[in-house]
Design a protein around this ligand. Sequence first.
Ligand code: TMP
Length: 215
Amino acid sequence: MKGKLIIFEGVEGCGKTTQMQLCDQWLQSLNIPTLMTRQPGGTELGSHIRHLLLNKTDNQPIADRTELLLYAADRSQHVEQLLKPNLLLGKLILSDRYIYSMIAYQGYGRGLDTSLIEQLNTIATEGLESDLTFWLDVDPEVGLNRKRGDGDIFDRIEQEKIDFHHRVQAGYTALATSEPHIIIRIDGSLTREAVQENIQEVLKNKLQSWGYITM
Ligand code: TMP
């Protein structure tokens, strides 16, 4: 059986990483072979690119198009080295971010042309689409405050002005409206347990239709 690709998306502090990890534990308890990964940074090369993108320490700004291409380079390597071979092995891959992050952040956030970004995503992924994407919908200010409350040090993107984060959120909202069967909106403002319950509810039906479990 060919594997499946499940993505977790959303603004900073939306809870996607925690929810993905809880999901992974649950899937493993069902004896489903999983692989957790992330963009940027799911490969060794990607982890260098992630560092350049998020933890750059000199004061020279990264141009928007350079940023776009670095995310695309990370994606291309990730698809080739990790996603494709593991899908062939039948793994259920859980990825922290994928193509929609680029439309939301570089398209809506930075204002780059979204149709060009779609083409770039197609080049980087060779057309590999997700089987399911969860969008954890949280107000950006709530997300950033959560991060502040956890004492997180903000990276280069998290340090952007609040307007940028609102534009990113508007991007996710538009994407979820135009692709409701692929992008599933989950209310990320609920408790951790309630969010996980809602994710598992959607996933149970999918796992059944994909043949991973029988009811
Ligand atoms: P995170 O993995 O901690 O969410 O950090 C990744 C950061 O990179 C986050 O600020 C979103 C941003 N990003 C983009 O701007 N474009 C992309 O295509 C991806 C995958 C992430």
